[in-house]
Design a protein around this ligand. Structure first.
Ligand SMILES: *Cc1c(COP(=O)(O)O)cnc(C)c1O
Length: 235
């Protein structure tokens, strides 16, 4: 199992480095999406990742799945051995657990959620990293704020000392040919650069998954979220 995960992880890190070199950019951060895979898999991937010399970070969609998994990984490897990002839609009634259980919430898409996260993070000592999620293709089925709402939402997040605005995140519409996502990915970069002019400290543009990470890196992703290519399929 160990070698299996090591091979997959190394293949993904190689893909990322190759794409970044081709695009003439620094290699983006990898978040390994561990949803529906258990703590044992996360621990195996962490060992392989450390052997390669990186900082393991995992992404989860559901608070109720992520927190027990994180606790099991912390118990096995020690607190702080792994970082954890929330990449799924977050209900406000989960804000307390999310604010305490994640290092970064990538899916802030409304002011009420930002306010709730800030209220519950206040005691933690360190601010919670936050990305504003953008519904770049304006799909009815997807969460995320509309591009036009990004400036106001970023201003709200930036005004909350318990939160640290790090950038933007998007899940562009799926395409049979990943290159068809290029216009949406490019629109995200334009939006990110515009946001950077108001918030010069932001450094994270989260886009790109197993199938389209090369295109996303070419278009300026600084963080990619990869599940299937590392952990295998989720059935
Ligand atoms: C599941 C998920 C991913 C990973 O997708 P893969 O295609 O398995 O790499 C990335 N981002 C989000 C928001 C997800 O929900």
């Amino acid at each position: 199992m160990q070698t299996h995960f090591a091979d997959r992880l190394n293949a993904v890190l190689d893909r990322i480095e190759r794409a970044a070199r081709g695009a003439g950019r620094p290699a983006p951060t990898l978040v390994a999406v561990s949803k529906r895979h258990d703590a044992g898999c996360v621990i195996a991937v962490t060992h392989a990742w450390r052997a390669r010399g990186g900082a393991p970070v995992f992404g989860e969609n559901y608070v109720q799945e992520a927190l027990p998994k994180r606790a099991a990984v912390d118990a096995a490897l020690g607190n702080g051995a792994t970082g954890w990002h929330c990449i799924g839609h977050l209900q406000r009634n989960k804000a307390r657990e999310a604010a305490g259980g994640f290092d970064c919430v990538q899916t802030v898409d409304r002011v009420e959620l930002a306010t709730a996260l800030a209220r519950h993070r206040d005691d933690a000592g360190t601010p919670l990293d936050v990305l504003v999620q953008v519904n770049i293709d304006a799909e009815a089925s997807k969460s995320g704020c509309l591009p036009a709402d990004v400036p106001a939402l970023c201003a709200s997040v930036a005004s909350l000392p318990a939160l640290r605005l790090r950038g933007l995140m998007a899940i562009p519409a799926a395409h049979a040919d990943p290159r068809d996502a290029r216009p949406a990915l490019r629109a995200m970069r334009v939006l990110f650069e515009a946001t950077q002019r108001t918030h010069p400290a932001i450094d994270t543009l989260s886009m790109g998954m197993s199938d389209d990470l090369e295109v996303a890196i070419e278009e300026g992703a600084t963080l990619v979220r990869v599940g299937t290519a590392i952990f295998g399929s989720r059935d």
